[in-house]
Ligand binder design. Structure first.
Ligand code: FMN
Length: 361
């Protein structure tokens, strides 16, 4: 049985989604199929663009836009590219993104990148890991700040768990649209974040294991089998993305011991069907296009794997979270339930703020 649909949060209204949940943009994992499926289900699907050159950026966006007529986002990671290459990615994307799209950045981008994205008029989402960076993102005029906790899978922007970071940022920015990343795998996790003052959340690991994800089947199998104690924060997978700790599944390379040679251990499909070598200690994830020693590669995974127990379609994941979120929030915050039976998008709620107060115009 599902409870009454909760009132939409500011994040839902800002991005036009019907559940306050974003799927993390994940390079090599979150392609058009996953992004499109999450978006069709009413959550925020995000296309991982990582190091894609401009022509591929345009192709991936066109493919995604053809799969969904609901909002979806793109994800850029400025720190893995030279500034001019990241700029070229953003320009290519802004040239083809539909009006319903939004732009997400991993880490605080250079001021000119943020300004270009903000000026383009699409909502801008920036993921940070400290209260200081959150303040700078808000000063730059971004629409949504995602606060990444240290329990998150993938590269880590800070050292605090997500909820203490949220409390610190919320104290200083009561009106900001804030989401948390890290530790989100269920509707109860999402309800807890909203109950603590978030406007929504972002989940990566959960969707990396989804049927439509481009993660290698062995990577998905390991996420489903793992518990939080099977993850570790390390710096070893630094080829291609240096100077940033990352949470991965433990494997032979994360075990203590001397660093081994960076010889090639796998290949990945490149442009024109060419096979490109993947070095041991590469930051690249094992994807459906990778062949070789998958077990020795970087399998980014958050503590949330503890509550991920099966591979499911993105639509099933989103619907389960939607039902459990409504139920859990109804138990803790019955005043947030919409007794008119709102299903997520009706016009009259556009003027109801996060705390359920009506402002009108
Ligand atoms: C497999 C994987 C790949 C990721 N790649 C990216 C990326 O390319 N860009 C990005 O902004 N974040 C990336 N992240 C981090 C997410 O944005 C987010 O912080 C994280 O997934 C949240 O924690 P969770 O995985 O426990 O849900 C990645 C995470 C995972 C698990």
């Amino acid at each position: 049985m599902t409870g009454p649909a909760p009132l939409p949060t500011r994040l839902e209204r800002r991005l036009g989604v019907t559940l306050p949940l974003l799927q993390a943009g994940m390079g090599g994992v979150a392609g058009p199929e996953l992004c499109g499926a999450v978006s069709r289900a009413g959550a925020g699907g995000v296309l991982g663009l990582y190091k894609a050159p401009p022509e591929q950026v345009r192709r991936l966006i066109a493919d995604t836009a053809a799969r969904t007529d609901r909002p979806f986002g793109i994800n850029l990671v400025p720190e893995v590219l030279a500034p001019d290459r990241c700029r070229a990615q953003l320009d290519a994307a802004l040239g083809v993104l539909p009006e319903r799209a939004f732009v997400t950045f991993y880490g605080l981008p250079a001021p000119d990148l943020t300004a270009t994205a903000v000026r383009a008029g699409l909502p801008v989402v920036v993921q940070v890991g400290t209260a200081h960076a959150a303040g700078r993102a808000l000063d730059a005029g971004v629409d949504v700040v995602v606060l990444q906790g240290v329990e998150a899978g993938g590269h880590l922007l800070g050292t605090l768990p997500a909820l203490p970071l949220l409390r610190a940022v919320r104290r200083d920015h009561p009106d900001a649209v804030l989401a948390v990343a890290g530790g989100i795998a269920t509707g109860a996790d999402l309800a807890r974040a909203v109950d603590e003052g978030a406007d929504g959340a972002m989940a990566g690991t959960l969707f990396a294991a989804a049927r439509e994800s481009e993660a290698h089947p062995e990577f998905k199998r390991r996420i489903v089998a793992a518990g939080a104690s099977d993850t570790v924060v390390t710096t070893v997978f630094d080829i291609g993305w240096p100077n940033r700790p990352h949470r991965v599944l433990r494997n032979a390379l994360t075990a203590p011991g001397p660093r081994r040679s960076a010889r090639f251990i796998a290949t990945a499909a490149g442009p024109g069907g060419r096979r490109l070598p993947v070095a041991r200690y590469s930051a690249a994830v094992p994807s459906v296009r990778t062949e070789g020693r998958i077990a020795d590669m970087a399998m980014y995974c958050g503590d949330s794997c503890e509550r991920i127990t099966a591979t499911a379609s993105a639509a099933d994941l989103v619907e389960r979270i939607r039902a459990d979120y409504g139920r859990a929030l109804h138990e803790t915050r019955p005043e947030r339930a919409d007794h008119a039976g709102h299903a997520g998008h009706a016009g009259h709620v556009d003027h109801v703020d996060h705390e359920g107060e009506c402002h009108g115009e």
